[in-house]
Design a binder for this molecule. Sequence first.
Ligand code: AMP
Length: 456
Amino acid sequence: MATINSPKGTHDLIGDEALAYNYMIDICSEVASYYGYTPLATPIFEANELFARGVGDATDIVRKEMYIFEDKGKRIMALRPEGTAGVVRSVIANKLYATNDLPLRYFYSGPMFRYERPQLGRYRQFHQFGVESIGGATIYDDLEVILLAIHTLQALGFENITTKINSLSSGETRETYKAALKAYYKPHLPQMCADCQVRYEQNPLRMLDCKVESDMILAKSAPKISDFLTAKDEEDLTFVKEALLGFGIETEIDYSLVRGLDYYSGIIFEFAYIPSSKKDYGAIGGGGRYDKLVSMIGGPDLEGIGFAFGLERLYHILKEEGKLDHVKAQDDLMIISVGEEARNDAFALLTSLRTHGVRAIMNFTDKSFKSLFKIAEGRGAKYALILGADEVANENVTVRDLAAQTQVSIPYNEITKYMLDTLGFNHAHHHDGDCDCDHDHGADGHECKCRSRKDK
Ligand code: AMP
């Protein structure tokens, strides 16, 4: 029978790669928690209307890239192309703004879906980690979100990220700028691409981001947002740039930066990183302020600001740079049972160790020692615990240190404790420096529940 492949533009996450995604999400979530963020998970499908209204009818995402389907109840649904609209919908539907202090701070992660042409760093199902801060209108809210993004990238191991910021302004200024763009583009419109014809009517700012070559040339001479920004917009940009510099972070003000979603206003930003291979995966993340999105989806007049990282892009770059080498499946030990008569005792030991948090596997059928040691080694195990007929008769276990190639014999009734000690588990920590984990155990010290090992 013919094999069935994963759909075009999607990929399976297997083993260490899946672990790396969990690891990246853990780091992102942890740093977000330092900034007061808590998780918020929304469905991966929503009413189509949410994205049409929220992300914007004129965006490529809504016009061309959404996975839309009718459910059995004849509702028109869409797989989410991004996370912000869903979070905002949830904030409104659950009236979170009425029962919690503002700004609300939430983070999310999960798959997003866009029917795009697959290429390097671009998929039809991809994963994002993102945050939304809703209900704060000060420049510190912007600064906090940008700083959180950069802090997270640093925690993941990125060293020289390029951060670009711009302001799309708001209110009247934005309308004046749009009008100026329309006036500029009007005589060229008949020669422009079909998408730009629609953008012209719905959101002329998006015309600046067109990827059609002749339209890109036109964009170069288009009126610049910098000529329209108010003194306050410029002040905000400078404040963010200087504040970040104060924390040792370089940013570039790029007046040509526009982002692919309609809801942005005020400060927007984007992060890029070119790995040593010089492969360009595209932006690793971006975000910005949105002043009308909450009210457009039917909520109160609250502003928000957020960002999202593309996890596939983070993964490829971190992998290339060797920053994910430590994230891999690794057993602590392998139990090697020889002969059926040893299987029961070996299995009982395996279970005992596992319940204590030891990562262990065991062979259930006889194989040569050579092939079993190879399996143990391949899985990173440091010890092989051997149980054969002799061991069962004497009620002891042979513990072999696979690197040192030495072995000792340990009685059944001591083996679990012996292995936990040898692996450095369950050791009582005291504050006198004998501890090798990163946890704070208080001034008088107490037993640590972590899996930190002495041999780490
Ligand atoms: P956006 O939601 O368009 O602002 O995108 C935020 C981030 O998600 C981008 O900077 C990318 O890292 C990532 N991203 C967006 N679209 C895709 C895609 N089709 N495939 C992979 N990553 C994507």
